[in-house]
Write a protein that binds this ligand. Structure first.
Ligand code: NAD
Ligand code: UDP
Ligand code: UDP
Length: 323
């Protein structure tokens, strides 16, 4: 058994490995017996997210910005490096686009030199403010090219273009995952995303900030499910390039989400309305037929269960802060 595991061991690089999704991916790859090279410039990720892996004999951390070339030897690459929450990716929008575009070029160049598989963490944001619901992979999207979300949306769209051109032009084995809203432990508590905001507000009995009238919809995938989807996509047959939607197809309005968080935390918080940010998509929900057919994947963790685990994580953080 040990022998079999050793012979299957791969050296896997995870860019953005100290972030929310990346750190869970590092955990899973190590648990599966692989070696992990975690590459991160710690812009939004933290060393704390991978602190528990520091002494793991198969884990290595490299502080590096993917907008600069990188020469290493690996068998597979997961390219997750990119700030993901609106307040983070709008903080330095030029750097956000550089990370998506120059980062993709460098990581694709690396994969091309090594002849190795590379997976791109793309996003449901490539659909923009979608005019169809649920979104299928053949929908081209409705994206504002000059708005405040464009640095992220267009950067990710250009990265997809680069992945498919390296595939067509250089026969590079690629995998493109379009990730829909994902939540869970190790989300940054101040990243402004709706799940982290609502839970932090509820745990401190502060008003829950509903942007606009709260009728906009999102579907929320628990992190463990998403990681299983990413690995299933990476391990899929060579002909499977994607793009493949990965997310939970059950959608909720933001008011419903707020009510669920209040109920699960037993909070005394009330709802408070705030301005809706520009270009905020009105609806978002994945059609996951392709992931079901090609990967045999679908999410298993219902929102209530995933929220309880996430609430437990944030409660622990607040308790630790209070001493
Ligand atoms: P995150 O901010 O926690 O992680 C991103 C990581 O990338 C951070 O550790 C950050 O320090 C690192 N990074 C940023 N710029 C970098 C650079 N130039 N060089 C090296 N490292 C850099 O966000 P996340 O939620 O874990 O998202 C991970 C990936 O998944 C992102 O590419 C994001 O676009 C994608 N995604 C996430 C979601 C979601 O709901 N969480 C949804 C769709 C897509
Ligand atoms: N690159 C890298 N690591 C490598 C190989 C390439 O970071 O191991 C970068 C390099 O900076 C290059 C980019 O990837 O600019 C694209 O590489 P490619 O071979 O596609 O193009 P070229 O080198 O011809 O520009
Ligand atoms: N949102 C909200 N209150 C908050 C944070 C976000 O009502 O405190 C809304 C936001 O306007 C959006 C949805 O929740 O409609 C999801 O926002 P998030 O930033 O988590 O992700 P994205 O917009 O990228 O899907």
């Amino acid at each position: 058994m040990r022998q079999a595991m050793y012979s299957l061991r791969k050296r896997v690089m995870v860019t953005g490995g100290a972030g929310f999704l990346g750190s869970h991916l590092c955990d899973r790859l190590l648990a599966d017996g692989h070696e992990v090279l975690c590459v991160d410039n710690l812009f939004t990720g933290t060393k704390q997210n991978v602190e528990h892996l520091r002494d793991h004999p198969h884990f290595e951390f490299l502080r590096h910005d993917v907008t600069f070339p990188l020469y290493v030897e690996v068998d597979e690459i997961y390219n997750l490096a990119c700030p993901a929450s609106p307040i983070h990716y709008q903080h330095d929008p030029v750097q956000t686009t550089k990370t998506s575009v120059h980062g993709a070029i460098n990581m694709l160049g690396l994969a091309k030199r090594l002849g190795c598989k590379i997976l791109q963490a793309s996003t449901s944001e490539v659909y923009g403010d979608p005019s169809i619901n649920p979104q299928t992979e053949d929908y081209w999207g409705n994206v504002n090219p000059i708005g405040i979300r464009s640095c992220y949306d267009e950067g990710k769209r250009c990265a997809e273009t680069l992945f498919f051109d390296y595939h067509r032009q250089h026969q590079l084995p690629i995998k493109v995952a379009r990730i829909f809203n994902t939540y869970g432990p190790r989300m940054h508590p101040a990243d402004g995303r709706v799940v982290s905001n609502f839970i932090m507000q509820a745990l401190q009995d502060e008003p829950i900030t509903i942007y606009g009238d709260g009728s906009q919809t999102r579907s929320f995938c628990y992190v463990d499910d998403l990681i299983s989807g990413l690995i299933a996509l990476m391990d899929s047959p060579e002909g499977v390039t994607g793009p493949v939607n990965l997310g939970n197809p059950v959608d909720f309005t933001m008011v419903e989400l707020a009510q669920k968080v209040i109920e699960l935390t037993g909070s005394a918080s009330t709802l408070a309305n705030a301005d809706l940010p520009a270009d905020d998509p009105k609806q978002r929900k994945p059609n996951i037929g392709r992931a079901r057919d090609l990967l045999g994947w679908e999410p298993k963790v219902p929102l209530e269960e995933g929220l309880k685990m996430t609430i437990g994580h944030f409660r622990g953080m607040l308790d630790a802060q209070r001493g």
